[in-house]
Design a protein around this ligand. Structure first.
Ligand code: SF4
Ligand code: FES
Length: 320
């Protein structure tokens, strides 16, 4: 086991663990990650939002690393010391990266279906400037129809490559990718073919922004008006473990279940996602845990029953 200290908290981790994974094990001061996705091989190293400062390389070689490093791609060395939120330099770099990501991202949150669960929205809220300093025209792409289930809005893409990795890993052959370089890079050509696959809907779940959205849910509701409930069914293709998003008695959409890092626990098939929208298709397991800081948690009862009981008995309010 190797010892690593992140923002003065130490943990022992197995060799091969990255700084980001070690921070997630600690559970505090975790760097944001817009492109890394633990279930997708080769993800990470694209967005630079997870930059951290290594102030001590290792016990053997204590020299600090000369530049900030991507925590999702840098493995831990024994005795390594890392600064994340306690480093003004890291905070400043994260602000810069956020501004950089927003240069070409349209500010269309009021009409974007991803609003409320968009990682770029969260990042901008924490690290963004109140207004853009970018005076040039933003890049724009032709609309591309990729079928009746998934909507591609290339203008919103931040080129994290996660959807191409889903196609690589979950489909028998990769038929789409990032074409061109620089500001004309786009997720393109044969994406129409990639969506013709039982698991292609997972691209929607891994997309951190609103570039890939669910056409069967589009404009039906804002996510904060829906109620997420875990459910399962006996599915011959996937685990059948999903989250149903209810509005009143109606299931408006079905997604994979996500963990606290906003990553799906199990990839689900398109039949579960797009074709099973009746309550009777599912056996419900209970309300989904939603981070209380999330806009989805607003107006929802997010406390465990024992917590509510304790506060009812003592006549006090649970902490918000
Ligand atoms: S479409 Fe979404 S998942 Fe794919 S590269 Fe763009 S931002 Fe990432
Ligand atoms: S999450 Fe590390 S570079 Fe994107």
């Amino acid at each position: 086991m190797l010892k690593v200290t992140i923002d003065d908290i130490s943990i022992a981790v197995p060799a091969g663990t990255t700084i980001l994974q070690a921070a997630r094990m600690i559970g505090e001061n975790v760097p944001p990650a817009m492109c890394y996705y633990s279930k997708l091989e080769g993800s990470g190293g694209k967005c630079r939002t997870c930059l951290v400062k290594v102030t001590k390389g290792s016990e053997k070689d204590p020299r600090p690393m000369p530049k900030l490093v991507a925590s999702c791609r840098t493995t831990v060395m024994d005795g390594m010391e890392v600064r994340n939120t306690t480093s003004p330099e890291v905070m400043d770099a994260r602000k810069g990266i956020t501004e950089f990501l927003l240069i070409n991202h349209p500010l269309d949150c009021p009409v974007c279906d991803q609003a409320g669960e968009c990682k770029l929205q969260d990042l901008s809220y924490e690290h963004g400037l109140a207004k853009s300093r970018y005076a040039f025209k933003r890049r724009e792409f032709e609309r591309k129809d990729i079928g009746d289930k998934i909507q591609l809005h290339m203008n919103r893409c931040i080129l994290c490559y996660r959807c191409t990795q889903v196609a690589d890993q979950l489909t028998p052959e990769r038929v789409h990718g990032v074409l061109n370089r620089g500001e004309v890079s786009e997720i393109s050509t044969y994406i129409e073919n990639a969506v013709d696959n039982d698991f292609s809907g997972n691209m929607i779940d891994v997309c951190p922004v609103g570039a890939l959205t669910d056409k069967t849910f589009r404009f039906k509701s804002r996510v904060w008006f829906t109620k997420p409930v875990h459910a399962h069914r006996d599915c011959p293709t996937c685990s059948g473990k999903v989250t149903l998003w209810y509005q009143g008695p109606e299931v408006l959409r079905v997604t994979g279940r996500k963990n606290q890092w906003n990553e799906v626990e199990d990839f689900i098939c398109n039949t579960c996602r797009f074709d099973k929208k009746e309550k009777s298709d599912w056996i419900e397991d209970g309300p989904a845990d939603i981070d209380r800081h999330s806009v989805i948690a607003q107006n929802h009862l997010t406390y465990e029953l024992p917590v509510i009981q304790k506060h009812l008995e003592t006549n006090t309010q649970p902490e918000q």
